[in-house]
Ligand binder design. Sequence first.
Ligand code: BG6
Length: 490
Amino acid sequence: MIPLDAFDLVLFGGSGDLAMRKLLPALYYRHRDSANDPQRSRWRIIGVGREMQSRDAYLANVEAQARKFVAAGDFDEAAWSEFAACLDYVALDAREAGDYQRLASLLADAPAKVRVFYLATAPVLFASICESLGVAGLVTPDSRVVLEKPLGRDLASARRINEQVGAIFREDQIYRIDHYLGKETVQNLIALRFGNMLFEPLWSRACVRDVQITLAETVGVEGRGEFYDNTGALRDMVQNHLLQLLCIIAMEPPSSIDPDAMRDEKLKVLRSLRPMQAEDVALRTVRGQYRAGAIDGQPVPAYLEEPGIPAGSRTETFVALKAELNNWRWAGVPFYLRTGKRMQERLAEIVVNFRDVPHALFPSVTGERVPNRLVIRLQPDEGLELHLMAKVPGDEMQVRPVKLNLDFAETYGTRQWDAYERLLMDVIRGKLTLFMRRDELDAAWRWIEPILERWERDPTPPRTYTAGTWGPASSSALPGRDGLSWLQDS
Ligand code: BG6
């Protein structure tokens, strides 16, 4: 691994769900695997939370959680105690400017170190945290701030937050994180598109019939009822993860992998999204909410019966929509996007369906003709599948669908890094390529906003779907109206 500079990472929301489930385990893995890094003894991670507790009490809590969230075979007692030696805790109320002095005295010994402020808190706190960091003199030239999503509730609030954070940090110090961009398969998609000649000539309306992106989860709201009910699937998954994946699929080859070269191209995609008019929202979007059902044979309650969900809530737990791009490469190619909680399978994948051959010479033994298809699987079982028609052995010239399969775990035989491991290292190294620029965020919100507005005014509640299925029936009608179907329905 490339060595890192020494750093102080200050984790606001240090006792929260994201810190315990993802960030601290990710840092443990990187620490464990960096034994040869000369600066490792100078890593420092400071959890920040409101609760008045000692460092020891915090460490005990972090360790108990890590034993749940680090894979059993990877939790090594000796490696953990070395990692724990880097951890510290500061109790601080994010809205109390005076409390920041406690943090200042801890950081005072190393003003020249890379300093990362990771805000894993509710976005309403972003502005006041940044302002207080500024007032306390904690923002050094080598400081960075990481902003978790969702950044705002709509275009106006996102702009306000960006203004306020931008008053304290320069744009090149601001890391707006979308953890989907850190997933190994997304990196691989970038390599596949821009490291090979094979796909580029086919990668346009001339050869691509449609693109489908599915981010399906089997979990429900997992104790985050109040947050989720205020957010909904459109803000939680579509505005960021789904649109970012669409950008990676649809962008033009950048001139380099420099942050601005990549982000300029992604921005062009977001700006090419055909705006959703009121009638488009009715025709091209589906919102759903799960009712009781079963996941893996176990009964699960309806969304409305989950803890923290107000009676009669109309928050969507499922979204499907059809997007189109107004540009030369993609005009007329539908991009079907969908995401949901409590779906039939945990699955994140991108399917690129190519057009069929203009004239079929060979009969298919199965009677089925499958036009070429590239499936990029983000999780589980990260890999790529290329679907082709091939001759069946024997006398007759008959074909049938076959798959070329690239399974990353099998090919590389190593543990895949979690997205946060990579993104945290990128922040410390000052690499902005995989983080969203302010204008990208603006463009994403601008496209999403008419959908939010129309849904808010619409008196009809979301369509319900049984937990453990692929969502409301009307989701199949989206590609169905174009004579197509989701891969799982075909
Ligand atoms: C988060 C959402 O951004 O992504 C969660 O807030 C969701 O609701 C999660 O569960 C899914 O991430 P992953 O990496 O598990 O697919």
